[in-house]
Design a protein around this ligand. Sequence first.
Ligand code: RIB
Ligand code: CA
Length: 302
Amino acid sequence: MARQAIIIDCDPGVDDALALLLALASADELDLLGISVVAGNAALAKTRYNAQRILALAGRAEVPVHAGAAGPMLVDLRTADVHGDDGVGGAALPEPAAPLASVNAVSYLCDTLAARSGKITLCCLGPLTNLGLAIGQNKDAPNLARRVVMMGGAAAGGNVTGYAEFNFFVDPHAARLVFQSGAELVMIGLDLTRQVPITPARLDQIAALGNKAGQAAHAMLTFYCRGDTAMHDPCVIAYLLAPTLFSGRKAWVDIEIDDPERIGQSVVREIPDGGKGNALVLDKIDADGFFDLLCERLARLP
Ligand code: RIB
Ligand code: CA
C-alpha cells in the first residue's frame, strides 16, 4: 500500500490521543503532515495543549499543531466529561516540545488541501467545525481532499441523546455542510465503534507493553473507561492501515439541524444497488484484529 499523506483534525480527548499515537507509530504507512485541533471533548486551550503533549510523548514534535475553532459554528460548545477536566484523564504527559503553528487550522486546511489537491486523506476525529468553516472560505475545501474519513454519527442510537452522537451533536451545522459537500466521505459511527470496547484484559495488555506510550495510554484509558469503553477515534486510523478489518456500504446520510429533539442525528438511508449515496458508512470491524494492530503499533513508540 502506498504511503498515505494525512491530516488529523481532532479534539484530544483520550480516544483522539490513542488515534494520534497509532498514526505516529505508523510512519511507514502514514505521512502525518499536520494536526488541526478543535474544541469538543474539552475547550480548545486544552485540546491543542493535549495534541502537543501527545507529539512530545511520541518524540514527534516536528509535526505542526494548528489551533482551530474554539466553538461550534452556530450553537454553544458542549464538552464531554468522560475525558476528565484536562481532556486526557489526568494522565502524566510530557510538556509540549514545540510551539503551536502560527497559521490557524481553517487556513491550514484550505491552503494545504488546495496545494496538494486530491492527495491528502483528512481524518476527522472531533466536531467538524474546522472543516465547516473551511467550506465557508472555499466551498470545495472537502472535495480537495482525496477523501475525508471521520468518526461520527450513528445509524441507530446516539451517545449524547437517543439520536445524536457527540461529534455531530456538538456541531450539527458543520456536519450538515460536510455531508452536503459532495466530497468522498467515509463515516465510522457508533454502530461500528461500539464493537471495539476496551476490556480489562485489553487494558492489561496495554499496561504490559512497558514503554512510556503504553503507560500513558493505560493511564488515560483507565480514567476514560469509567464513562465509555469504546475505542472510537483509533478506528479511523486503523481503517487507513488495515481496511480489510472493516466493512460497510454506501448510503445517503442527512444531518438533522431543525428538530431540537433530534438535532445532530445522522439519518442513514440505504440506497438501491448501484446508487451513489454521499458516504461509505462502515458498520463492521474485526475487533481482535483491531486491538492486535493497536497494541503492536503502540509497542513501537518510545
Ligand atoms: O462520540 C465519540 C466521539 O466524540 C469521539 O471522537 C470522542 O473523542 C468524542 O470526540
Ligand atoms: Ca474525538
